[in-house]
Design a protein around this ligand. Sequence first.
Ligand code: GTP
Ligand code: MG
Length: 361
Amino acid sequence: MSTRIGIVGMPNAGKSSLFNALTKAGAEAANYPFTTIEPNVAVVPVRDERLEQVAATVGASEIVWDTIDFHDIAGLVAGAHKGEGLGNRFLANIRETDAIVHVVRAHGDENVVHPEGRVDPRADVDTIETELIMADLEQAERRVERVARQARSGDRSAVAEEGFLRAAIEALGQGRPARGVPVPEDAPHAARDLGALTTKPVLFVANVDEGSEEVPAEIAEHAALQGARAVAVSSRIESELAELDEEDAGAMREELGVSESGLQRVVREAFALLDLIAFFTAGEGKPAQSWHLRKGLTAWHAAGQIHSDIQKGFVRAEVIGWRELLDAGGYAAARERGTLRLEGRDYVMADGDVINVKFTP
Ligand SMILES: Nc1nc2c(ncn2[C@@H]2O[C@H](COP(=O)(O)OP(=O)(O)OP(=O)(O)O)[C@@H](O)[C@H]2O)c(=O)[nH]1
Ligand SMILES: [Mg+2]
């Protein structure tokens, strides 16, 4: 399943511009708050040069990239959790995502209206974080009653989940994200079932003035304190560049003094949040495909990414590092060299592994 990321921020922060740049999908970017009324989903391929080389080596028919889905939602204002602006509705749309991109306005263009009439990135971050915390608090309070009823019957996982929810309610009530609350072993799905926003990893995207590439110090510090990452882009420029062909875009970047692609940076950093490794499947005359898996998971989990039937019938897997496959020049030669290994279901996948799962249908 592809990775899902939700974009949050104040109205007019530049979320849809970034989203447009990501997709060229043309979600409406206009200069008035609450332009985005329905959630938009952008599917962005994650390019990986290694797969291109693997595909060429084995003679694959085509390349299929793994994707990230970006979800663009309307801006949040102070009080959104109580239904201010367009309220909580939008937050519900990103409860199922894997991570959050938090767009913060840091450009000084006076033509762009700020909902509070001033440009103060640090204050905006606080506003949004408060809304996320309050929304989670409400969600946790709603859920805890139901779980508490189940817990009274003595169900072990319900008891553990109730403990988690009570601890989360306490943290959130004190204005802290639920991220710091340990998930109990007996209820490993507690955080996911809560759909908590404040347990998700966050990437801050500072939407800066054209030509600048620096994350404002107050955002960088704030991100560092949370162990979060931060990047600077100009959403508007990126969305304009996305309309151009590669050559024109390159020329324009040079003129503006903007390095490579700000967008690539956002995708890469968003990806880095999730602690994923890439693995590949590829065969002669068949599509070469990239996949992603949480670090530390096994060949059996990898099989599950490819297809549930392949996981169910897992027998063993042929595995080789992408570089070794290139060095050998193909599977047959790699088998002769002994670099193509047979692994069992508990083999821990490494970044860049090429895998072929043998399974009984
Ligand atoms: N100067 C400048 N203007 C920008 C930049 N990014 C966005 N804008 C402008 O700001 C306005 C709002 O941008 P959007 O991307 O629609 O903002 P949003 O966060 O999606 O807003 P809502 O959907 O209303 O919450 C538009 O007029 C954009 O052209 C930027 O980097 N620089
Ligand atoms: Mg928008």
